[in-house]
Design a protein around this ligand. Structure first.
Ligand code: GLA
Length: 402
C-alpha cells in the first residue's frame, strides 16, 4: 500500500513537472521554437545568382562539413531562386531536371548525410524575382512537397505579389508549413516595405528589414527599372537602428545575407560586416564560395568568439549606443550579464574610439575585464571606460565583463 502511495506521489510530481514544461512550451509559438538562436548557414544567391545545380550545392555542403564552418555552427544550405522551372499537370512544383538530375529528395538526403540541413526558395507571388513559378495559390501543395523532399528551411520572397497583403501571404505559408508536419524554418523576404517586424513574430523566424545587400561598404543603387535598390553594408546597418526591440528567440530581424569573401570589400571591412551582423543577432548566412575561400576569409566566418555573441541564448539584439559622426559604439547584452561592444570607425582615417560603462548599462565606478574578440586576447581590466585606436572602415570588437 505504502509503495502504491509513494508511486502516486512520484506520479503527481512527474505530472507537475510535465505541466510546468508544457506551460513554458505554450508560452512560445510553434514557429519560434524552430530558431531559438539566429539561423546560420549558406545561401547561393549573393555569389551564384541563377547558376545553381546539385553539383554546386553538394560540393558546398561537403566544404561546410569539412572546413570548420559546420563546427562553428553553420547548418542550413539554402538554394535561392532558379532551382524550379514549372508546374506539372497536377500543379506540383517541378525542379530543373538538367541542373538537379537526381531530384530534390536525393539532394536533401545528401545534405542530411553531411549533418547539415537543406533550404529552398519560393515567392508569395505568381512568379519569383527571376520569373520562375511562385507559390501563390499553391501554398499547401508546395509545403507538402517540401516536407516530402526533406526540406528544412524556406526563404519566401515578395516579387510579383501585386496587391497581395503581406501579413496574409506570410501567415498562409506559415500555416501551410506547420500543417506539413515537418519543422521548416520560415525566412520572410519582404524587404521591410510592410514593416514585417510588427507582425512577423509567430509568422516567420526571420524577416528581411531592407532591400538587397551588395558587396560594398557604402552606396545605394536603384534597380534597372528605377525601383529601389541595392544597398551597401553600412546603408543597411543604419536601417537597423530602432528595430532591436522586435527581435528575440525564434524571431529575428534579417539585414540580409553576408557578403564576406565575395571580393568587393577589404578584409577589415568584412570583419566589420561580420562583427556588426553578429551583434545585431542577425541570421549568419554566408554568401561566398566557401569551397575556395582564403584562410583569412575562413577565419572571419568561423571566429567562434564573435559567433558566440550572435548565438547567445538571451537572444537580445544589439543596438547603437552612440554616434559621433563617423565614429560609433554598438552594444549587445549577453546572457551572463556581460556586453559585446563594437567600436566602429566609418571614417577615412584611423581614430581613437572609447566606450563609457554608463553607455552600456553599468555604473562607471565598477572594474570590468575587456577581451578583444578578433585578437583573441584579454586587453586587461578597466574602470569606467575603455578606449582604443580603430582603423578606417574597421572595428574593434570586445566583450566587457564586470
Ligand atoms: C530578391 C531577394 C534576393 C534574392 C533574389 C532572387 O531580390 O531579395 O535575396 O532572393 O530576389 O531572385
Amino acid at each position: 500500500m505504502g509503495k502504491v502511495e509513494g508511486g502516486g506521489r512520484a506520479l503527481s510530481l512527474a505530472m507537475a513537472v510535465v505541466l510546468i514544461f508544457a506551460g513554458r512550451a505554450a508560452a512560445q509559438t510553434p514557429r519560434d521554437a524552430l530558431a531559438q538562436t539566429p539561423p546560420m548557414g549558406w545561401n547561393s544567391w549573393n555569389k551564384f545568382e541563377c547558376n545553381v545545380s546539385e553539383e554546386l550545392i553538394k560540393s558546398v555542403a561537403d566544404a561546410i562539413a569539412l572546413n570548420g564552418m559546420k563546427e562553428a555552427g553553420y547548418r542550413y544550405v539554402v538554394i535561392d531562386d532558379c532551382w524550379q522551372v514549372t508546374r506539372d499537370g497536377d500543379g506540383n512544383i517541378v525542379a530543373d531536371s538538367k541542373r538537379f538530375p537526381s531530384g530534390m529528395k536525393a539532394l536533401a538526403d545528401y545534405i542530411h548525410a553531411d549533418g547539415l540541413k537543406l533550404g529552398i526558395y519560393s515567392d508569395a507571388g505568381a512568379e519569383t524575382c527571376q520569373g520562375r513559378p511562385g507559390s501563390q495559390g499553391h501554398e499547401f501543395q508546395d509545403a507538402l512537397m517540401y516536407a516530402k523532399w526533406g526540406v528544412d528551411y524556406l526563404k519566401y520572397d515578395w516579387c510579383k505579389t501585386d496587391t497581395r497583403n503581406a501579413q496574409e501571404a506570410y501567415t498562409t505559408i506559415n500555416g501551410a508549413l506547420l500543417a506539413s508536419g515537418r519543422p521548416i524554418v520560415l525566412s520572410i523576404c519582404e524587404w521591410g516595405t510592410n514593416k514585417p517586424w510588427q507582425w512577423g513574430k509567430g509568422v516567420g523566424n526571420l524577416w528581411r528589414t531592407t532591400a538587397d545587400i551588395s558587396d560594398k561598404w557604402q552606396g545605394k543603387r536603384n534597380w534597372p527599372d528605377g525601383s529601389c535598390c541595392e544597398l551597401g553594408m553600412v546603408d543597411i546597418l543604419d536601417l537597423q537602428v530602432g528595430l532591436e526591440s522586435f527581435a528575440g528567440p525564434g524571431h529575428w530581424n534579417d539585414p540580409d545575407m553576408l557578403e564576406v569573401g565575395n571580393g568587393g570589400m577589404s578584409a577589415g571591412e568584412y570583419r566589420a560586416h561580420f562583427s556588426l551582423w553578429a551583434l545585431l543577432a542577425a541570421p549568419l548566412m554566408a554568401g561566398n564560395d566557401v569551397r575556395s575561400m582564403t584562410p583569412e576569409i575562413r577565419e572571419i566566418l568561423t571566429n567562434k568568439e564573435v559567433i558566440a555573441v550572435n548565438q547567445d541564448a538571451l537572444g537580445r539584439e544589439g543596438r547603437r549606443v552612440r554616434k559621433d559622426g563617423d565614429l560609433e559604439v554598438w552594444s549587445k547584452v549577453l546572457s551572463d550579464g556581460s556586453r559585446a561592444v563594437i567600436l566602429l570607425n566609418r571614417g577615412s582615417s584611423e581614430s581613437e574610439i572609447g566606450v563609457r560603462w554608463e553607455e552600456i548599462g553599468y555604473p562607471n565606478h565598477i572594474p570590468a575585464k575587456v577581451r578583444d574578440l578578433w585578437a583573441h586576447k584579454d586587453a586587461g581590466q578597466f574602470t569606467g571606460s575603455y578606449k582604443t585606436t580603430v582603423a578606417s572602415h574597421g572595428v574593434v570588437m570586445v566583450r566587457v565583463a564586470p
